[in-house]
Design a protein around this ligand. Structure first.
Ligand SMILES: [Ca+2]
Ligand SMILES: [Ca+2]
Ligand SMILES: [Ca+2]
Length: 270
């Protein structure tokens, strides 16, 4: 009898279909458009919408969170794309450091014992008082990651009281494809590591994110903003459970049929 699906092809079909479902290829409609997240209070990584289940409908194929506690930006595939002079700087523990609260142990309302990242680049309008905008920009390395992320988030941890925050997403041609200015105001009146003010903001995108620019803006002179817990990764739609089950049953039946057939051939060939 002619084998309807040759063994090698059927195996490839099963594995390929399961991989397609696993990595979400062909089901990208689950992440239609660009959805900005937050701001939400954030005291430890347990408050991340990417980790606590608030972002539903997908699973992370890969996810990274940089807390800067080793003094560097060194999670895979992310870098500062502009001139070294414009790069932000990691801030070590000090009375004026605003790390995420939980990075130094217990949640105690205090971020001075951890590390944060502080902007070094700003522009100001000539108005009186001036509007001051501070920037931090990240870019992602497709070669190192094997993809460009479709999720990005960070925690705004300090800046001038009543700052506003804007996120711009860029494609590989350096064009902005999505932008969002939060209507909420960020920041309390202190610069000494208070953590009730800390807010997570982020985005889930149906397009690859090549780079991200964060702008923190305030009225009048004042110190740079700080951030922490940079997070990014590749979120893929959750495999359809019923479909996975049916494909699994099909593959199992195919395997059993093949085993029986091989046994009967062996018996008849004695
Ligand atoms: Ca930190
Ligand atoms: Ca803070
Ligand atoms: Ca503050």
């Amino acid at each position: 009898m002619r084998q309807l699906i040759p063994r090698r092809i059927s195996t490839v079909l099963c594995v390929s279909t399961l991989l397609l479902l696993e990595y979400g290829i062909g089901t990208s409609s689950a992440f239609a458009g660009v959805v900005f997240l937050g701001p939400v209070p954030y005291l430890s990584e347990r408050d991340s919408p990417f980790l606590n289940g608030d972002v539903s409908g997908g699973v992370f194929r890969e996810f990274f969170l940089e807390d800067f506690e080793d003094g560097e930006l060194n999670t895979p595939g992310v870098y500062y794309p502009l001139l070294p002079l414009t790069h932000p700087g990691v801030v070590a523990p000090s009375p004026f450091t605003d790390s995420v609260d939980g990075d130094s142990g217990p949640i105690d309302g205090d971020g001075i014992s951890g590390h944060s990242l502080r902007s070094r680049t700003s522009v100001a309008t000539a108005s009186d008082p001036p509007q001051v905008m501070w920037f931090i920009r990240f870019a992602f390395d497709r070669d190192e990651l094997g993809y460009l992320p479709n999720t990005f988030g960070f925690v705004w941890t300090d800046g001038v009281q009543d700052s506003t925050v804007k996120i711009d997403l860029f494609d590989e041609d350096s064009n902005i494809f999505a932008t969002h200015k939060y209507s909420e105001f960020f920041g309390d009146e202190f610069f000494t590591g208070t953590t009730p003010e800390d807010r997570f903001v982020g985005v889930v995108s149906d397009r690859e994110i090549f780079s991200v620019q964060i702008t923190s803006r305030h009225v009048g002179q004042g110190p740079a903003f700080e951030m922490d817990h940079l997070q990014y990764g590749l979120l893929v739609p959750e495999p359809n459970g019923t479909m996975m089950f049916l494909i699994g049953v099909f593959c199992l039946a195919l395997r059993q049929h093949r085993t029986k057939r091989q046994s009967s051939v062996a018996v008849s060939g004695r």
